[in-house]
Design a protein around this ligand. Sequence first.
Ligand code: PMP
Length: 412
Amino acid sequence: MEGQASLDVQKIREDFPIFSRAPRGKPLVYLDSAATSQKPRQVIEAVKRFYEEYNSNVHRGIYSISIEATEAYEEARRRIARFINARSHREIVFVRGTTEALNLVAYAWALRKLKKDDKILLTEMEHHSNIVPWQLIAREKGLKLEYIPIRGDGTLDTSGLDSYHDFRIFSFVYSSNVLGTINDVKQLVRFAHSRGALAVIDAAQAVPHMKIDVQELDCDFLAFSGHKMLGPTGIGVLYAKRELLEEMEPFMGGGEMIREVHLHESRWNDVPWKFEAGTPNIAGAIGLKAAVDYLEGIGMDNVRMHEISLTRYATELLMEIPGMRIYGPLNPEKRSGLLAFTLGDIHAHDLATFLDEEGICVRAGHHCAMPIHTRLGVPATTRASFYVYNTHEDIERLAEALKKAAQVFKIV
Ligand code: PMP
């Protein structure tokens, strides 16, 4: 894909109120969208309109504003289903985010379906939210975890795939939040299915940045978070094939997820509602719909091309800085719009603090992916991540500030 974007970034920036701020007396350079994205006015307005005009609980009321709220909440579900090309809105479960979605699969599917010594396959490039839930249930049930290793260049080492057998579920990241690596997820899904296992995709860093088609991928589950794709915090999605949702027992019990409750037994609501116990994040879902509308207004191919262009430019400029080491594949077409790096022996936190003084927001640490850092042999990295509102000038500001840091910290 050529990195030439047809996207009017200046116009996009006008939609984001936060860019009128200058917390360090300098225009804000926000390079931490992989942690959470900024929100356009359209999303903020949709949430505000809900609270100001039709705030009420969903699925329960028989009065007009509750019907309006229910329709908006369910319209959000249909909109998101279309966005990822699910067969139906019945395959979309609203959750808090990727973490909850993956826990739902671990507890509601794996914990109940797997037997002692059954294997779960993961990769070494997972975020903690795609490791720890599996460890929790593995400990409880006596399951075994296996990991596909990563190569030195930050790509997944699929050369030994043939040696993995007898696993029941394979859960893997679409695009790494540290290495940027975009995995060949279609191949990984096919591999899982060829072994009779289910394929789970952590798409937290993919759905916000590229066109995703769950039918084409043929994955069984796919998880993502609204707050990384211009939407509010506290709302996310678990996509699941409907037959799996039908055969699964609920994750949480409570109101809304039931059809009938008796003192000693209950019957569940239809899917996906049987997985949405209690009052959901109504405003969040409505805000997420507005975010999806916004992203589709730009066009997901344009989003991706813009990020390729920014990543290419950032790689070029950063590589000129003495002591710079970027992790993951260097080809911007093979990675998502983020760069994790070290600069000489400057600690990632010191570097991020230095950049903050220049008005530049980046993330420092292990980015909830300690095993990747162990594999890379570094305790922490600094990460700059890009989105639709970032400009080539933002990248120049980053590169200038890093050059200055290299001088101040005397990196040769
Ligand atoms: N997986 C990946 C690859 C991520 O980058 C993140 C967020 N950093 C998560 C999972 C967890 O997402 P959330 O915190 O929104 O649940």
